[in-house]
Design a protein around this ligand. Structure first.
Ligand SMILES: Nc1ncnc2c1ncn2[C@@H]1O[C@H](COP(=O)(O)OP(=O)(O)OP(=O)(O)O)[C@@H](O)[C@H]1O
Ligand SMILES: [Mg+2]
Length: 313
C-alpha cells in the first residue's frame, strides 16, 4: 500500500455565504498523479490555496506527510513544491539567479542540485538569460524547477498547461510522469481540460460547485472505454440475452422492454448479428456506445447544473 502524502479532510471555504469548497475529502498517494477536474469557478484554485496555506480554511484540515497545515505549518509545507497562480520571478535576473535566490531561502541546497533540476526541465541553454526574455512555456518550466528544488514529496500545480503549446504540453506530461514514477512524488494538478487530464492522471476527482462529485480511476475508465456497450433492439430480448451470455461468457447484460444492452466491444457486432439471426432472432437495430471521460464529466456537471424551479412541489 502506497503512503498517503496529502490528506484533505472536510475542507470547507465560504465567500460571503457562498460555498466555494464544500467538505472536500481526499487522499493523494506517493507516486500518484491526482487531477482536480472541474469547470471555471468549481473551486479548484480555492482548494489548492487552502491546501498550501495561502488561504484560510473555514473548517476541516490538511495533512502533508502527516503534519497539519493548521497546527504544524512549517513542517507540513516543507514537503510541498508548487505553482499556484504566477510564480514569483525577478524578471531582470537570469533564470539561474532566480533559482539561486530561491535555493538560498532553504538550507543545504547544493549547486549541483540546481543544475540537475535545470537539466530536468530542459532550460540549460537559456538559464543564464534574463527571465524577461523567456517565453511563457520557459517561465512555466522555470517555475517547476523552482518548485522542485527542495526535494518536495508533493508537487501542486494549478492549471500548469495554460498557455503552453502542444509540444510544451506533451513535454510537461512526460516530465510529470517521469518524476512521479522515478522519484515517487505525489502530484496534485488542476485543469478543466479533459483530454489532458485523461492522458496524465492516475485518478481524477471531478469537482463542481465546490463539491467533489466523484473520483475516477483512469484505468477503470479506459477499460470501460475500450469495451463500450452494444445496444440491440430485438424481438425476443430474454432469449437473445441468454444466447449472448453463453457465447461471450458475460453477465453484463441489461434488458428493458425489447432493448438489450451488453458490455461488449463493437468489434463483435458482425459475429453477434450472425449468431442472433441464425438462432431465429429478428434484429430491429444495433448500435454501440462508449463512455468517455468527457461523458462522465458532462453527466456529473449537468446533473447539478439545473436547479429545481422554486416552488416546485
Ligand atoms: N477572493 C474571493 N472572494 C470571493 N469569491 C471568491 C474569491 N476567490 C474565489 N471566489 C469564488 O469561489 C468560487 C471558486 O473559485 P475558484 O477560483 O476556486 O474556481 P476554479 O475552479 O479555480 O475556477 P477556474 O477554472 O476558473 O480557475 C467561485 O465562485 C469564485 O467566484
Ligand atoms: Mg482556478
Amino acid at each position: 500500500m502506497n503512503k498517503v502524502v496529502l490528506k484533505v479532510k472536510n475542507l470547507t471555504k465560504r465567500f460571503n455565504n457562498r460555498v466555494a469548497v464544500n467538505n472536500l475529502t481526499l487522499d493523494v498517494f506517493e507516486g500518484e498523479i491526482f487531477g482536480f477536474l472541474g469547470p471555471n469557478g468549481a473551486g479548484k484554485t480555492t482548494a489548492i490555496r487552502m491546501i498550501t496555506g495561502l488561504a484560510k480554511m473555514d473548517s476541516g484540515d490538511v495533512y502533508i506527510c502527516g503534519k497539519s497545515i493548521k497546527t504544524d505549518f512549517e513542517k507540513a509545507i516543507i514537503n510541498v513544491g508548487g505553482i499556484i497562480e504566477n510564480p514569483e520571478m525577478y524578471k531582470n535576473f537570469s533564470g539561474l539567479d532566480n533559482l539561486k535566490y530561491y535555493a538560498s531561502l532553504y538550507n543545504d541546497i547544493p549547486k549541483e542540485r540546481i543544475m540537475h533540476i535545470v537539466e530536468l526541465v530542459d532550460l540549460k541553454d537559456r538559464i543564464k538569460d534574463k527571465v524577461k526574455t523567456y517565453s511563457l512555456g520557459m517561465k512555466q518550466r522555470l517555475g517547476i524547477a523552482q518548485a522542485l528544488l527542495h526535494y518536495p514529496k508533493l508537487l501542486i500545480l494549478d492549471e500548469p498547461t495554460n498557455g503552453l503549446d502542444p509540444k510544451g504540453i506533451i513535454d510537461l506530461r512526460r516530465f510529470l510522469k517521469k518524476i512521479s514514477q522515478k522519484d515517487k512524488m505525489a502530484i496534485l494538478i488542476s485543469s478543466h481540460n479533459l483530454n489532458e487530464m485523461e492522458l496524465l492522471c492516475d485518478r481524477i476527482g471531478i469537482i463542481n460547485h465546490g463539491t467533489l462529485e466523484s473520483i475516477k480511476v483512469l484505468d477503470d475508465l479506459k477499460k470501460y472505454n475500450d469495451n463500450g456497450q452494444i445496444i440491440l433492439k430485438v424481438n425476443f430480448p430474454n432469449y437473445a440475452g441468454k444466447i449472448i451470455a453463453k457465447k461471450y461468457n458475460t453477465d453484463k447484460i441489461s434488458i428493458y422492454k425489447n432493448t438489450l444492452t451488453v458490455a461488449l466491444d463493437k468489434s463483435v457486432i458482425p459475429e453477434l448479428t450472425v449468431l442472433l439471426i441464425s438462432n431465429g432472432i429478428a434484429i430491429y437495430s444495433i448500435s454501440n456506445q462508449t463512455k468517455t471521460l468527457e461523458d462522465v464529466f458532462l453527466d456529473t456537471v449537468n446533473r447539478r447544473a439545473l436547479p429545481a424551479p422554486k416552488g416546485d412541489k
